[in-house]
Design a protein around this ligand. Structure first.
Ligand code: HEM
Length: 425
């Protein structure tokens, strides 16, 4: 978290046992309420991002190189078990952001190790862990499983079906979400595994997606897989007024969500091979920007203003009517802005068989953008901006939204609290 105090050096010392661990140690009582020592974690180093604070980490934190996102379905119907999970996740997350577990100097061969140990010796790699609450936490299939239905924020309204959506159930939705971002992919993966272990018997995996970002020089806008600078017009995370206006929930939200935010996450498949066969000029028309400089078409520099009224010598708009830059610009959306924090993803290749002309069958990349954005209210953020883009954006020729989810990310927690605690007060 960017504006929080530094975390205490000592990580939380106690952690609830998972059901698996309970079973394995032949305990006959419920896991809820049992505690065992947490493995010692490395001391805080310069590769540490704070966990405790006003806001959760991983939102305005400068992007790490790797991300592991996971969405869960809750299987428990017991409110106390849900609270115990959030408490144990919070404690484990706080400890892991200090650095990976250290070697136990007196390992007990009769005990299941609490930590897989695969990150022993690594640094914290700027790990952040961001938790989210999906609509199913409040109500699922008409059932109010945890007595929370009355607390569902109006802003957590289901997203509409957008033109062109090809959502796959296995990459959509979820009751809870966790995203681990780190500069080391092994640290991110280890974090998620550990949290999955703690959820055993309470929540199960629904879908997951890893992502990566190139190691661009500090201060440079990273390029996406399509070769364009991506993030130029993002509101600055250092601009507290902009974050307050567009990202953090204020007095309009329920008390438990103040200083939290809403996340829209969508795996967007990109037809990379098709894109790579397009002429440079057409690529630039698609985005409305020059490829190499990132400048708006007709200008020289990346941060030159996007002049939507500028015309070429024939009187046609320099920034095409259906270009991505024009359709997504605040000026085209009554001033709406979102904070994008997207990662590229690459799941190798997949086989596609189309049943309609041209009866296309091909093995192709299963890759694209794990689009993520944070906003104060998705109805006036993502939905407002994307509704028109979904219909008219030239980029749609190359992209398919194959998954979608919406989560309320509660504010950060203080030491001793758990994430989302105010919701259960
Ligand atoms: C594969 C999908 C996408 C790619 C490759 C992509 C790429 C880009 C690029 C290269 C830019 C111009 C540079 C910049 O300002 O960052 C941009 C801007 C932007 N994109 Fe996307 N984008 C994608 C999907 C989306 C979606 C689904 C939204 C939904 C709302 C979106 C919203 C925006 C916004 C708000 C801007 C900034 C506009 C401005 O403030 O002037 N993008 N995107």
């Amino acid at each position: 978290m960017t504006d929080s105090a530094h975390p205490p050096r000592q990580p939380g010392r106690r952690l609830f046992l998972t059901r698996a661990a309970v079973a394995a140690t032949a305990a006959t009582v419920s896991s809820v309420g049992l505690a065992s020592p947490l493995p010692k974690h490395s001391p805080v180093d310069e590769q540490t991002e704070p966990f405790w604070g006003k806001h959760q980490g991983g939102i305005t934190t400068s992007m790490q190189r790797h991300s592991y996102f996971m969405s869960f379905d809750l299987i428990t119907t017991n409110r106390e078990e849900l609270i115990a999970l959030l408490r144990s996740w919070t404690e484990a997350a706080a400890a892991m952001t200090h650095g990976p577990a250290q070697m136990d100097t007196h390992p007990d061969p009769d005990k299941i190790p609490e930590d897989s140990g695969d990150t022993l010796g690594l640094s914290a790699a700027r790990l952040t862990i961001t938790f989210g609450f999906g609509p199913g936490l409040f109500e699922k299939d008409g059932k109010d499983r945890y007595g929370l239905a009355k607390h569902r924020p109006a802003a957590l309204a289901d997203l509409p079906r957008f033109t062109g959506d090809q959502l796959i159930a296995e990459r959509t939705g979820g009751d809870l979400s966790v995203q681990a971002c780190a500069d080391d992919p092994q640290v991110a993966e280890h974090t998620i595994r550990r949290l999955v272990g703690l959820a055993n018997g309470i929540a199960k995996i629904r879908w997951a997606q890893t992502g990566f970002a190139g190691s661009f020089k500090a201060g440079e806008t990273p390029r996406n897989q399509m070769g364009f600078k991506d993030g130029t017009m993002n509101p600055s995370t250092k601009d507290a007024a902009a974050m307050k206006q567009f990202v953090w929930v204020g007095d309009e939200g329920p008390t438990w969500m103040r200083d939290g935010t809403y996340m829209v996450i969508r795996p967007i498949r990109i037809a990379l091979e098709h894109w790579d066969r397009m002429k440079l000029g057409f690529q630039e028309q698609t985005f409305g920007r020059h490829k190499y400089s990132g400048a708006p078409i007709g200008t020289q520099h990346e941060f030159d203003p996007l002049d939507l009224d500028a015309n070429d010598k024939d009187g046609n708009p320099l920034i095409p009517e259906n270009s991505h830059a024009r359709l997504s610009a605040p000026a085209s959306n009554d001033g709406a802005q979102i904070l994008r924090r997207a990662y590229a993803y690459d799941n190798g290749v997949t086989h596609i068989a189309e049943r309609w002309p041209p009866w296309h069958q091909v093995t192709t990349f299963d890759a694209g953008l794990l689009f993520q954005c944070y906003q104060r209210d998705p109805r006036t953020g993502f939905t407002k901006i994307f509704e028109k883009m979904a219909k008219f954006d030239m980029l749609n020729q190359f992209t398919t939204h194959v998954g979608s989810a919406l989560f309320a990310c509660p504010p950060g927690a203080k030491p001793g609290e758990y994430i989302g605690q105010r919701l259960f007060a």
